[in-house]
Design a protein around this ligand. Structure first.
Ligand code: AMP
Ligand code: GLY
Length: 426
């Protein structure tokens, strides 16, 4: 079978790496891919918002399975486009249609969904521009710190955590004046929850679901979770505090009610759901839904899945998850993300990389890399490459990743040295 994976980050390299191991795959195409996906598939230069070009490619190359990596094409309705096209509707799609993608694309929709279906989440209210006085009034009923969220997609930057009401007023004014574009036309204000976060993933066909390995990511640029937010600086899986009792609560209080809610709301859904959770005193609460896998969580999740991923993806697309089983290896995975100097602010691109071939016993998942005109691997993004290791214990996996990371060099290479440290104590 020929398959097309959309995306170009570390997440997509990890998914492609796992898909390529399946005996079901003849040709795996990745669009647009990166210098790493080139090793496990065939990179194709397609723009993810050009559905007509994707259509032509899919038909010409007899693609039977399309897996959508990032949220943007889902938000743009790529799965609706395929379903509505007579030539494409046979193609199996992993990713929700727009109605399901709203779980990620509209925080207001997601909060109302959780409230309606009794899924534990922070207390909240939503406000539009004309409701600024009401928003300020609502804030007065809450304790600092205050959490303000732009309703729409804002490239991970739409969440503000503020300490004073005056800061809230300033920021609300800016959000309503277009600081995050249309994403800020509506703002969710919610209660601040204190606890430790983790990421839980399922594949679902809208009725049945399978649990994938959970993971924890490290979002801040600085050690000890300090400094600016990034796309993610590393990840570990499993998450030691997510024990059987906690995961049972996740299943019964969050995952199953979410699936039941989708059914009650008549939202068909075939794809990944990423539950961004926070553990508050032993109880899980939903911070956010994403309708795709996490990055860099995927880099630690994929190597722990023993089952054939393509079989699981096909079962997801064909509403056959009822009897599916996911075999997970007991070993731990640790991913350390090497980033560009300056990231998440300005950084240079096109820097020559060395040492990639010296890495042994760990997996390199490329995030922002490409080939230059001389066919050398150069940096092409803020997050450059994840070094992932598998070992009997998390400590050993981390040690291995840090040892191998030292071999990789490019001007300004930076990574956090404390990935996983906070969970080793559990
Ligand atoms: P989100 O984009 O909704 O995942 O929010 C980004 C980050 O802000 C989360 O990963 C949390 O670290 C933090 N955050 C969001 N909502 C809350 C909340 N209600 N309480 C505490 N932290 C939050
Ligand atoms: N690692 C968080 C995300 O992918 O959104």
């Amino acid at each position: 079978m020929n398959s097309l994976l959309l995306g170009s980050g570390g997440r997509e390299h990890a998914i492609a790496w796992k898909m390529a191991q399946s005996p079901k795959i003849d040709q795996l195409f990745v669009a647009p891919g990166n210098a790493g996906t080139h090793n496990v598939g065939i990179n194709v230069n397609l723009k993810l918002n050009d559905f007509e070009a994707i259509k032509s490619f899919v038909l010409q190359n007899h693609i039977q399975l399309v897996v959508v990596g990032p949220e943007a094409p889902l938000a743009d309705g790529i799965c609706d486009f395929f379903a509505a096209d007579a030539d494409l509707k046979q193609v199996r799609m992993v990713g929700p249609k727009k109605a399901g993608a709203a779980l990620e694309c509209s925080k207001d929709f997601a909060k109302a969904f959780m409230l309606r279906h009794h899924i534990p989440t922070a207390r909240y209210q939503s406000f539009t521009k004309s409701e600024l006085p009401q928003a300020l009034q609502f804030l007065q009923t809450m304790q600092p710190p205050y959490v303000l969220k732009a309703d729409g997609l804002a490239a991970g930057k739409g969440v503000l955590i503020l300490n004073s009401l005056s800061e809230c007023e300033t920021e609300l004014n800016e959000m309503f004046s277009g600081k995050f574009g249309d994403a800020g036309n509506k703002v969710v204000i919610e209660e601040f929850l204190t606890g430790i976060e983790l990421s839980v993933f399922i594949l679902t066909d809208g009725k049945d679901w399978v649990l994938l390995p959970e993971a924890k990511d490290y979002k801040r640029i600085g050690e000890g979770d300090t400094g600016l937010n990034t796309g993610g600086m590393g990840s570990v899986s499993p998450v030691p505090f997510a024990d059987a009792a906690f995961m049972q609560k996740v299943k019964t209080q969050i995952i199953q009610p979410t699936i039941d809610g989708l059914q009650q709301d008549q939202i068909s859904y075939n794809g990944f759901i990423f539950f961004g959770l926070i553990n508050v005193g032993g109880n899980p609460f939903v911070i956010e839904y994403n309708v795709r896998m996490g990055d860099p969580e995927t880099e630690s999740v994929m190597p722990r899945i023993q089952s054939d991923l393509v079989e699981l993806l096909m079962a997801t697309a064909e509403n056959r998850l009822k009897d599916a089983v996911v075999e997970i290896i007991p070993e731990a995975a640790a991913s350390v993300m090497l980033v560009s100097g300056g990231y998440p602010n300005e950084y240079k691109k096109g820097l020559k990389m060395s040492g990639l071939n010296q890495v042994e016993g760990s997996i390199l998942f490329h995030a922002g890399t490409k080939f230059n005109d001389q066919q050398e691997v150069v940096t092409a993004g803020g997050r450059v490459v994840a070094v992932t290791s598998i070992a009997p214990t998390l400590q050993e996996a981390l040690q291995k990743s840090y040892g191998e990371a030292e071999k990789i060099q490019y001007d300004g290479c930076y990574y956090r040295r404390d990935i996983g440290k906070d969970v080793l104590k559990y």
